[in-house]
Design a protein around this ligand. Sequence first.
Ligand SMILES: *Cc1c(COP(=O)(O)O)cnc(C)c1O
Length: 353
Amino acid sequence: MGIGVLRKYEEFLPLTEATPVLSLGEGDTPLVKSNRLGRELGCDDLYFKLEGCNPTGSFKDRGMVVAIAKALEHNSRAVMCASTGNTSASAAAYGAYCDLPTYVLIPKGEVAMGKLAQAMAYGAQIIMIDGNFDAALALAREFTSKHEVTLVNSVNPHRLEGQKTAAFEIVDDLGDAPDYLFIPVGNAGNITAYWRGFREYQQAGRATQLPRMMGFQAAGAAPIVSGSPVANPQTIASAIRIGNPAGWQGALEARDDSGGVIDMVSDDEILEAYRLLASHEGIFCEPASAAAFAGLVKMRQGGLDLSGQRIVCIATGNGLKDPDLAVSSVVAKTTEIEPTIEAVEAVALAMIR
Ligand SMILES: *Cc1c(COP(=O)(O)O)cnc(C)c1O
């Protein structure tokens, strides 16, 4: 039975006697060893952490469970978030579980259908903004500063506290921290949270080393790489389509303190990684998630020597959230036939001959 991150890592979380311990079964996600892509890249110790296996299909659940528990502890009457989709799906699910009204501000026309469907099904009040994520977040911040509604974006410190548990799990599974951690960067909360998690675990004596933090933005939404906010961020990877990350400073610290990099990958590189992960490893993740592996490929091509290095790529969200993209960007092996055994044989045997 999944006990959830609150119970499993309570000693590392900001819980009090009054914090309700709740769970939708978040955390404890699989760390899967690469079978094909690692070998092709000359790196025989490569793992993928499947955060799409969380209850609403992304890592956001780890932080949301803490943010919602603290909101309940403080008698909050409602919660609000701005979202590119996954935060709203997660907030809506935990809000439903806890009978807490949930308001989600989303950029109109920019949220993948699966994520919107989730927020609808969980019963959140959806507020569409004629503007981008950064505008939605500014509005959510202003509203929650004026009214007694809790903001559950990653600027809520409890979110990062919950998200750092993914780093704990990696160390628990591998016996130590990896040499490199590859991770997509959008609002930059997650890279900040992982870095905090690795450091806290090392301080607690559970890990002897720290990974280099390798964060990747999409080329059309790469403010940290360029050094200034992007007014009109563009990328196919909607979960990282963010022009002015709230976690900017945390990402720079993670990079500099760990000896890592924050770099960018193009949409073509993201899509190629997205297809490879699914077709060569059985990992169907979101395009934003694929930015991590695309980053690994880019570093490898740039000459980074990966032999003997232990590497973890974070697959942040589930590919089913954006089925339209899969259908439109993958050349599917599909044929239509008459319902006869001969016709089936003609197709199927041709493939293995
Ligand atoms: C939120 C999200 C990201 C980006 O995480 P940040 O904390 O905003 O940097 C990446 N991938 C997926 C699937 C996400 O939902």
